[in-house]
Design a binder for this molecule. Structure first.
Ligand SMILES: [Zn+2]
Length: 80
């Protein structure tokens, strides 16, 4: 068994694997790169218009708010 040939084969396989991985990771469109960079979906506060991450937003049905206070304020505005 030729050890040098085996090492070269492994090295070649690793290089091919790296090239394929790099090719797959490369975004085909600019939009996909931007969306992957963001930590999560951004939502707009219905009360002040501030953009906040969805996970940090206060939710009321299909509306989102930056804080509990704005949620309550908006609720009062809508009910009256
Ligand atoms: Zn707000």
């Amino acid at each position: 068994m030729n050890l040098l040939r085996f090492i070269l084969l492994v090295l070649l396989a690793w290089l091919v694997f790296r090239l394929v991985k790099r090719f797959l990771n490369r975004p085909s469109k600019g939009s996909s790169r931007i969306s992957s960079k963001q930590p999560g979906d951004m939502v707009r506060c219905e009360q002040c218009g501030l953009h906040i991450p969805k996970i940090e937003a206060m939710r009321d049905g299909d509306r989102y708010y930056c804080s509990r206070q704005h949620l309550e304020e908006s609720k009062g505005k809508h009910s009256s």
